[in-house]
Design a protein around this ligand. Structure first.
Ligand code: ADP
Ligand code: MG
Length: 235
């Protein structure tokens, strides 16, 4: 899958990031650095700014003020097209409700991610099949999302996120819609990916999962980083 050699490399840097939505302040001056190979879990109450943080890092939305640098790229300097390209090439994203395309079978959902960055269809499908195999769902390649279980859908989403060997994997409550057994399987997958070097930034409500998966846990409250813990991982 993916490996990262340069362990000292800063993959994410936020400097005083503030995000307002009208009157409401979603992020209130967040500064944060994530290095290659880290697995960072963000926790905190609903509405505390966790998803907004991930959206800033993914370049899905822009801060009101402050700076976001990802993989050496200052996102403020990128136009919309460049930002979309940056996202496709450098970022993998996993969401609570999978966000798969309903009218494409599993394999095409995964392959499309590479085709959108210019990889020819045949090569994209080959890599997609390899990834589905590594994630243990190659036999589900022709199945449409509606007929997959929640755990299978999320594994397809993980495969899609890994297609372009992203510098950073973002996950917003990736186990939030899964029963505990499938949730554990997806979490094991994320742990394995991090073990072979994949940098990971995830939001979760589940303390137990955070403790298993993360090397660092950040608590959010009211758009601010409230506290931070470095963990010895128990895997
Ligand atoms: P969390 O993921 O921690 O639950 P969010 O980042 O989704 O929190 O939201 C933080 C705050 O910003 C909330 O008050 C939310 O209502 C507000 N917010 C988030 N996205 C938007 C948006 N697109 N438009 C208006 N308000 C938003
Ligand atoms: Mg959220």
């Amino acid at each position: 899958m993916t490996t990262t050699d340069n362990a000292d490399q800063v993959v994410v840097r936020l400097d005083g990031v503030r995000k307002e939505f009208g009157e409401s302040i979603a992020l209130d001056g967040v500064s944060l650095e994530i290095r290659a190979g880290e697995a960072v879990a963000v926790m905190g109450p609903s509405g505390s700014g966790k998803s907004t943080l991930l959206n800033m890092v993914a370049g899905l939305d822009r801060p009101t003020s402050g700076r976001v640098v990802v993989h050496g790229e200052d996102l403020e300097g990128l136009g919309e097209k460049e930002l979309a390209l940056f996202r496709r090439r450098r970022i993998g994203m996993i969401f609570q409700f999978f966000n798969l395309l309903d009218d494409l079978p599993a394999l095409d959902n995964v392959a499309l991610a590479a085709q959108l960055t210019g990889t020819p269809a045949k090569a994209a499908r080959k890599r997609a099949l390899e990834l589905l195999g590594e994630l243990g769902i190659a036999d589900r390649k022709d199945i449409y999302p509606a007929a997959l279980s929640g755990g299978e859908r999320q594994r397809v989403a993980v495969a899609r996120a890994l297609m372009n060997r992203p510098a950073l994997l973002l996950a917003d409550e990736p186990t939030g819609a899964l029963d505990s057994r499938s949730g554990d399987q997806v979490m094991d997958l994320l742990i394995d990916l991090n073990t072979i070097g994949q940098t990971l930034l995830m939001v979760t409500h589940d303390e137990r999962l955070a403790m298993r998966c993360a090397s660092r846990v950040i608590e959010f409250a009211d758009g601010r980083m409230d506290s931070e813990r470095t963990l010895e991982r128990h895997v």
